[in-house]
Write a protein that binds this ligand. Structure first.
Ligand SMILES: NC(=O)c1ccc[n+]([C@@H]2O[C@H](COP(=O)([O-])OP(=O)(O)OC[C@H]3O[C@@H](n4cnc5c(N)ncnc54)[C@H](OP(=O)(O)O)[C@@H]3O)[C@@H](O)[C@H]2O)c1
Length: 176
């Protein structure tokens, strides 16, 4: 079976791995949002139902295939007032079911939140992380991953920006 590159894309506070607060991102970093857009446009983005509902407010990301994971995919809806740009929207009952819809793709982005990242970490080929300096309060956290660096993933690219850095890690060993 074909297997797209599975890319986790996430922004997290480096000090405590916070990724969200009250259903939203705890920060506004326009350059990071632009980068997310640049990297994901034209590809499939998989996200959990809570990120879909509270963060993107049930409006699909345009120019992308959006796959939303939920244990009740048949009851999910789209907001009525979303911009009518092109997008594709699918619902899936698990991460595996979502990945089965994209076997012909070259790459697929796992866009959170914490519950989905937790499941995807063992499958991911690539981690594209935005590591943010400073302390942020939050209620959802990226899974513990630093122990995997050097054993399962290696740093292949890093770009420092004021207050944060982009770090890309590639898998060097299959998960056991
Ligand atoms: N900083 C970042 O890069 C980033 C990125 C994305 C999101 N976030 C933040 O993350 C927060 C949301 O994350 P979260 O962890 O609370 O929720 P989430 O991962 O977005 O969604 C969790 C939901 O997804 C569904 N789900 C996940 N795995 C499933 C599976 N294997 N089978 C069936 N359904 C499954 C379930 O929906 P049902 O309950 O419908 O079954 C589950 O309740 C928000 O604050 C958001 O802003 C941050």
């Amino acid at each position: 079976m074909n297997h797209p590159e599975i890319i986790i894309i996430a922004a997290l506070a480096e000090s405590n791995r916070v990724i969200g607060k009250n259903g939203k991102l705890p920060w506004k970093i326009p350059e990071d949002s632009r980068r997310f857009q640049q990297l994901t446009i034209g590809h499939t983005v998989i996200m959990g139902r809570k990120t879909w509902e509270y963060d993107v407010e049930k409006c699909p990301l345009i120019h992308r295939r959006n796959i939303i994971i939920s244990s009740s995919p048949q009851t999910q809806t789209i907001a009525e007032d979303c911009p009518s740009y092109p997008f594709e929207l699918l619902f899936a009952s698990s991460l595996q079911a979502a990945l089965q819809k994209v076997t012909e793709e070259q790459k697929v982005f796992i866009a959170g939140g914490a519950i989905v990242y937790g499941q995807a970490l063992q499958l991911a080929d690539t981690l594209k992380l935005t590591l943010i300096e400073g302390n942020f309060e939050g209620d959802v956290f990226f899974p513990e991953y630093t122990h995997l660096i050097g054993t399962y993933f290696e740093l292949v690219h890093q770009e420092q920006q004021p207050g944060y850095r982009f770090a890309t890690y590639k898998r060097i060993r299959e998960a056991t």
